[in-house]
Ligand binder design. Structure first.
Ligand SMILES: C[S@@+](CC[C@H](N)C(=O)[O-])C[C@H]1O[C@@H](n2cnc3c(N)ncnc32)[C@H](O)[C@@H]1O
Length: 231
């Protein structure tokens, strides 16, 4: 299946628009179904096991609920963690600030285009750059540049994306059955067509020698990419 990138509605709707708010609620449910928070929490525990002070950047963080679900799973182990939530829209759920604090996390919302934001940070400014359902929104050239910028910024990069195969494609057309709204149904179908297969992200990684790369299917619907800088 050829990779096709088309614009998604959630990227252009004002964050407070009712249909955008509904779609972000749908995403929380879909993330839970796909087990993305659980998968990301395990990966962070594995890849940042020895980090003293944990600082994470999440690109395309949306309303922040994805990272909050991850943080809840790391409860008691990651107190003192710091996170920068980067999104081009000011979509962060204001109620989450206190909730993160309660878990001992310090979070900062950065309303900015992700590449532009990464470009103005210092090299190795963070331990990990993570993203969930984000990289698929970029055409090859912009994606290669985004990956180059993440490699410059962190020693671990983790992405969870839609997998571009037949099962996610069929299910992506049936999101209305599980109660998703029109924006999610539109974007879900588009996201799978723009998703990844094989080693497409590894092929765009800027430095194949000094990084260990993992890229594989995860769960029924998802595609995992991890890059770790070699010691
Ligand atoms: C599919 S949503 C995923 C949100 C969140 N990661 C989640 O799992 O709920 C993609 C997010 O990426 C943001 N986004 C899209 N293009 C962006 C860019 N170039 N820079 C920063 N954020 C971007 C959108 O505003 C949106 O919140």
């Amino acid at each position: 299946m050829e990779r096709i990138v088309l614009p998604e509605l959630l990227d252009v709707l004002p964050p407070q628009d009712q249909s955008a708010l509904r779609s972000r609620r749908d995403l929380r449910r879909l993330n839970a179904w796909m087990r993305h928070p659980r998968i990301m929490a395990r990966l962070l525990q594995t890849y940042l096991a020895d980090a003293d002070a944990r600082h994470i950047v999440e690109l395309g963080a949306g309303d922040g609920h994805f990272l909050f679900s991850v943080a809840k799973r790391l409860r008691g182990q990651w107190s003192g963690a710091k996170a920068s939530l980067v999104d081009q829209l000011n979509a962060l759920d204001p109620q989450l600030a206190g909730a993160f604090k309660h878990l001992g996390w310090e979070v900062r919302a950065e309303v900015a285009e992700a590449s532009a934001w990464l470009r103005q940070t210092s090299p190795m400014a963070t331990d990990a750059v993570i993203s969930n359902l984000f990289f698929h929104q970029f055409e090859t050239e912009a994606l290669a540049e985004m990956l180059r910028l993440t490699a410059r910024s962190a020693r671990v990069v983790i992405a969870l994306e839609p997998r571009r195969t037949w099962l996610p494609r069929i299910c992506g057309r049936l999101l209305w059955v599980i109660g998703c709204g029109p924006v999610t149904c539109h974007d879900g179908h588009i996201s799978v067509r723009a998703g990844f297969a094989g080693r497409e992200l590894s092929a765009l990684w800027p430095d194949q020698q000094n990084w260990e790369l993992v890229e594989r299917p995860v769960g029924l619907f998802s595609h995992l990419f991890v890059a770790r800088r070699k010691e």
